[in-house]
Design a protein around this ligand. Structure first.
Ligand SMILES: Nc1ncnc2c1ncn2[C@@H]1O[C@H](COP(=O)(O)OP(=O)(O)O)[C@@H](O)[C@H]1O
Ligand SMILES: [Mg+2]
Length: 270
């Protein structure tokens, strides 16, 4: 069992990032504090810390983690600060989809060729999330669990949330962040998950040039698959269980994405 070092006080500086689960503050000395939202469970914070520390031992560029802390009831983790922008921001500044999707794919190839036998199994996570997906009836859930059971096991490193927003482009290179969903498994799980995050996540209605961004996402998904040497057909079963499991992560106000997924599943006869 790993020892968690807790720091007692953290001096928060500028807010430099906002995610779905946390706010990230500069705390000086080339470090940041990822401060999870109030109510975000300690066990989930410890999972992220544990995952990031498992990854510290691999030859993969990540934002290194240090201690955990608690501030006004909120859990947090100290990380090295990566000076720079996310790959998503770079993509929207340059519109160079080809170049930056290749960057994403090249780092993903490094991730999925690594092995992390001590991490939790992706099939266990998928099983739990499919069972928790309230939008799926029992019959549909059992069919999905059958498909899942037939998929191959593995111990490749899977990031579990690998998308443009979770890569930070620093002066020395591009670094991976956000380790909450790290697991081990067949690499096609992580490829399917990234494809789903690029292609199936909707662009909000009020976004200027919404249609252009939808087109960019499709182009990026095609380039990504080409670079990974993968096809949608080959990934079908992984994609099916991965998108179904994603339903359990979505809230009521993410109904567009839920409907996209349900439509995809119905095209698969589910
Ligand atoms: N180590 C870091 N150095 C610099 N900025 C960071 C770092 N970690 C996170 N950020 C910023 O904070 C944002 C949210 O962090 P992230 O870990 O992705 O949170 P969430 O789990 O809520 O998605 C990132 O998109 C990035 O802008
Ligand atoms: Mg993130």
């Amino acid at each position: 069992m790993q020892m968690i070092r807790m720091v007692k006080t953290v001096q928060f500086g500028e807010l430099i990032g906002v995610g779905n689960t946390a706010d990230v503050f500069d705390i000086g000395n080339h470090k940041v504090a990822k401060l999870f939202h109030l109510g975000y469970p300690e066990s989930a914070m410890l999972t992220e810390l544990h995952n990031s520390q498992l990854m510290n031992h691999l030859d993969i560029p990540i934002a290194k983690s240090y201690e955990a802390f608690v501030y006004e009831g909120r859990n947090g983790i100290i990380y090295d600060k990566i000076e720079g922008q996310s790959l998503l921001e770079v993509l929207f500044e340059t519109y160079d989809i080809e170049k930056y999707t290749k960057v994403l794919a090249n780092i993903h190839k490094r991730i999925v060729s690594a092995h992390l036998p001590d991490a939790i199994d992706c099939k266990a996570i998928l099983e739990k999330n499919i069972k928790n997906a309230e939008d799926l009836n029992i019959e549909c859930q059992s069919k999905l669990l059958e498909i899942l059971a037939d998929l191959p096991d593995g111990d490749n490193l899977c990031h579990g949330d690998f998308h443009f927003g979770n890569l930070l482009v620093g002066k020395q290179g591009t670094y991976i962040i956000d380790f909450m969903n790290v697991c081990k498994g067949n690499k096609n799980y992580d490829i399917a998950r990234t494809l789903c995050l690029i292609e199936m996540t909707p662009v909000p209605e009020n976004t200027p040039n919404q249609q252009e961004i939808v087109k960019m996402k499709k182009q990026s998904a095609d380039i990504y698959l080409r670079e990974m040497g993968m096809s949608r057909d080959f990934l079908t079963d992984w994609l099916t269980v991965t998108v179904a499991a994603r339903l359990s992560e979505l809230s009521h106000d993410q109904s567009i994405e839920k409907n996209n997924i349900l439509e995809y599943l119905s095209l698969q006869g589910l």
